[in-house]
Design a protein around this ligand. Sequence first.
Ligand SMILES: NC(=O)c1ccc[n+]([C@@H]2O[C@H](COP(=O)([O-])OP(=O)(O)OC[C@H]3O[C@@H](n4cnc5c(N)ncnc54)[C@H](OP(=O)(O)O)[C@@H]3O)[C@@H](O)[C@H]2O)c1
Length: 355
Amino acid sequence: MAKLFSYMQNATRLYSSVSGKVKSQKYVLTKYFQGEPKKSDFKIVEEDIPDLQEGEILTEAEYLSVDPYMRAYMIGYKLPTDMIGGQVAKIIASRHDKFPVGKYVAGQFGWRTHTISKPGAPQKSGFLPLTLLPDLGPHPVSLGLGVLGMPGNTAYFGLKEICKPKAGETIVITGAAGAVGSHVGQIGKNMGCRVIGFAGTDEKCNYLIKELGFDHAFNYKTTNIRSALKEGAPNKVDCYFDNVGGEISSTIMSYMNHYGRVAVCGSISSYNDATLPKVTILQPAIVFKELKVEGFLVNRWFNKWEEGINANLNWLQDGKLKYQEKVYHGFDNMVDALVGMLRGENTGKAVVKVK
Ligand SMILES: NC(=O)c1ccc[n+]([C@@H]2O[C@H](COP(=O)([O-])OP(=O)(O)OC[C@H]3O[C@@H](n4cnc5c(N)ncnc54)[C@H](OP(=O)(O)O)[C@@H]3O)[C@@H](O)[C@H]2O)c1
C-alpha cells in the first residue's frame, strides 16, 4: 500500500492569492468552564487573514473536532484565549509545493474557520501534528480526526506500547463505545485478545458486541461492575485501558492478574466536576498484584505518528477496523457538540461539519 504522505512527492506547486480577502471566524474563551461548557463562556470573533508568506498554506475548516481534553485543559490558559482543537481543513491557497490547493490536512488549528499555517515548522503544543491526509477512497475526510487521527493513534500506541497485550489475554476498556475505546477494542481483537467493554447505554453495548466483535460489553450505569467482571472476564484482567477514572477503575484494578498493565488514558468521569471524587484505595491492588500503571499523552509518539496512521489505515482497508461518527452540523453549534459528546451522545468519534 502506498505509504502515507509519500504520494505527494511530485505534487505540482499551486498558488492562489485568496488570502488577503478572507476573514476567519474563531471562538475565544472568555470565562472558565463551570460544570458543563456554555455558549456564554465564548465569544465568536472575526479576524482578517494576512497574505501568505513563502512556505505557508491557507486552509478552510471542513470538520472540527470536539474532544474530552478540551473540557479538562482550558483551566491552564490565561483568558481570553483562542479555543484549542483539531480540524480537518481544505487547502485553499498555498505557497508550499508539497501542500497544493485542493488537498486536505489535519492540524491543531483550534475552533476557527480559516487558518494560515507553515507545514514543517516546529509545533509548540497540541495533540495533532500538521499532516496531509492520505487518499481515503470512499471514507469521509473526517476520519483524519478519528480512526486516522489523534484518537486512532491514542488507541494504537496506548494499547501496544503501554498495555502490551499478548494473544489470549483479557483486555478491559472503559469509555468503550467512544472514539478511543471502540478503536482499542478492535485492535485488541485483531491481536487475538479477549475484549470486555463498559459503555453508557445498552445500544452502545450491542454495537460493541454485534458490530465490533467485543466478547462482552456492559452498561456501567445499570450493571454491578464486579458481577460484570466475573461474567465477562473469568480469567481476570491482564490489561486495563482506562478512559474514565473514578470508582469503576478502582474496581477493575482490584480484579486484575499478577503483572497486569494499566494504560491511564483519561478520567472523563470527573471532567465536569468542581471537586474530585474520592475512590477506593488502589495501592493494595497495585502492590500485591505487582501491577504496572502508566499514564500517557499521545503526543509522546509524534516522532512516529505515521506508523500508527498507516497501521490503522491498513486495518481499515482490510475490513478489520470499523468506525462510527456522531456528526454535528454548523460552526455555531460547537458548544452543543462539545456538551453532547461529554454527555455521551456519541458512539465513535464526535465531529462538527462546519457547513
Ligand atoms: N492521553 C491522551 O493522550 C488522550 C488522547 C485522547 C483521549 N484521551 C482520553 O480518552 C478518553 C476518551 O476520549 P474520546 O476522545 O475517545 O472520547 P469519547 O469516548 O468518544 O467521548 C466521551 C465519552 O465519555 C463517556 N462518558 C461521559 N461521562 C462519563 C462518565 N461519568 N463515566 C464514564 N464515561 C463517561 C461518554 O460515553 P458513555 O455513554 O459510555 O458514558 C462519552 O461518549 C477521555 O478520558 C479523554 O480525555 C486521552
